[in-house]
Design a protein. Structure first.
Length: 443
């Protein structure tokens, strides 16, 4: 077949290698003209990279490119469009697939789930939005292996296959510059569940109506978490099926929001292992407990960097929405100098301002930066918040850290939890967090 790969980054490169191995005629289509192409590959680069896609049998969309962009120039190509995730779910050699989506916590929950299954003796493959295309390892998967996929709304917007176990975490407005509106965002998440059969499992966050509604789109057995029969909290302990796993104060992950992520992972693993005999239950409990009490988190998620002159510095660059910022603020006990702001996507700010006004004693100061800074400062002021500093001059990480440190006192925490995307000043959240860590370590 003639295959077009739209977008040649990490996911596109994995898709290219996969379809070439299958003996197909593959063409790389990318807006950039300076990318390094595989030797001998066919390519359609530059401004007209989407022209004439109807001549291909299959069009493989990289996750960051909305289907609407392809269809605007190729309106008759809808039936040809697929993605790496969709292709993986179509041909995966094992039925043991867990797909995890939600607004925040996907990476942490997916990693916890994979580590727990590994600790229970399973061979596990972790991929998806977490940075590795599942097409990279599809040829190595055995029928008894387990696959855990972190899946974003970009990857799910046109997916046509569902995993055996699907998990929906908390869902709040996000990526509304990519999706048409909140309904479109929710619809994308719903596709993870739409193809589930009765012997599949749909796990959802019990305290979110949106999460429950998303999980209701398929025929899978519905299992809530943060409430029975899924994992939930009882007297400070994580409990599932009347078995106590560990106390919440034993978790290495900071913050009450990570109680949710832990319960989601425990519920998914319990459904995967289905322990019944006493020895199976003991194995499952031990594996889950060992991971929960040792795993301290992924980079850029409320990551303690260093203490300097009595000031503790935390890197939470992954917080690209203000709900995540609030979760980080709740996780850190010290008085905080919060660094907040970034790329302006015109998302609602009032809930954050109300939170700050209510919790003002928890802050030493708030350093408001970035493109979104002036609007956020106005909303904070309207909410009666006075203890913030609008910084329109700091454009680099050394400048931002100097400004934040000047506002801090011994015993405070300087917290980078921007609540906005990074694109106004940095390439991505990883670069923003790496630079923060680098500069703090240089203090």
């Amino acid at each position: 077949m003639k295959i077009a790969i739209i977008g040649y980054a990490t996911e596109g490169a994995a898709s290219y290698e996969y379809f070439v191995r299958g003996g197909h005629e593959v063409t790389i289509c990318d807006r950039a003209t300076d990318i390094e192409l595989p030797p001998g590959s066919a390519a359609q680069l530059g401004e007209n990279y989407l022209a004439g896609l109807d001549r291909f049998d299959v069009v493989v969309r990289s996750a960051g490119i909305p289907p609407s962009v392809l269809l605007a120039e190729n309106p008759d190509s809808a039936s040809k469009i697929t993605t790496a995730v969709n292709e993986f779910l179509r041909v995966c050699p094992t039925q043991n697939v867990i797909g995890i989506t939600g607004t925040k916590g996907k990476g942490t929950t997916s990693t916890l789930t994979a580590k727990m299954l590994e600790a229970a003796g399973k061979t596990v493959w972790l991929g998806g939005n977490i940075g590795r295309s599942p097409l990279e390892f599809i040829d190595d998967i055995k029928p008894d292996d387990w696959v855990v996929l972190e899946l974003s709304s970009f990857q799910l917007s046109d997916v046509q296959h569902s995993p055996h176990i699907a998990v929906c975490l908390m869902v709040v407005p996000e990526h509304l510059n990519w999706h048409a509106d909140m309904a479109d965002y929710v619809a994308a998440k719903s596709h993870l569940f739409s193809g589930q059969k009765r012997d599949d499992v749909a796990i959802y966050y019990a305290e979110s109506d949106t999460s429950r509604d998303i999980a209701a789109h398929g025929d899978g057995t519905k299992v809530p978490y943060y409430a029975p029969p899924g994992a939930h909290i009882v007297d400070g302990s994580i409990v599932i099926a009347d078995h106590r796993i560990c106390q919440t104060n034993e978790l290495k992950l900071l913050g009450r929001h990570n109680w949710q992520n832990a319960c989601a992972a425990v519920t998914a693993v319990w459904q995967a292992l289905k322990p019944s005999a006493p020895s199976e239950i003991d194995t499952a409990k031990t594996a889950i407990r060992d991971v929960l009490t040792t795993f301290s988190g992924l980079p850029h998620r409320i990551e303690f960097v260093r203490e300097v002159h009595g000031i503790r510095y935390y890197n939470d660059s992954f917080a690209t929405g203000l709900h995540a910022t609030i979760a980080a603020l709740e996780a850190i006990a010290e008085p905080k100098v919060l660094i907040v702001g970034g790329f302006e996507r015109m998302l609602p700010l009032e809930h954050f301002a109300e939170y700050v006004a209510e919790k003002k004693s928890a802050f030493s100061n708030i350093l408001v930066i970035g493109q979104s800074g002036p609007r956020l400062a106005n909303v904070l002021q309207d909410a009666g918040v006075a203890h913030f500093t609008l910084d329109t001059t700091s454009k680099t990480m050394p400048e931002i850290i100097r400004a934040a440190t000047a506002l801090a006192h011994p015993g405070d925490a300087v917290l980078l939890s921007p609540g906005f995307a990074s694109f106004d000043m940095f390439k991505n959240f990883e670069e923003r967090g790496d630079l923060f860590r680098q500069e703090v370590n240089a203090l």
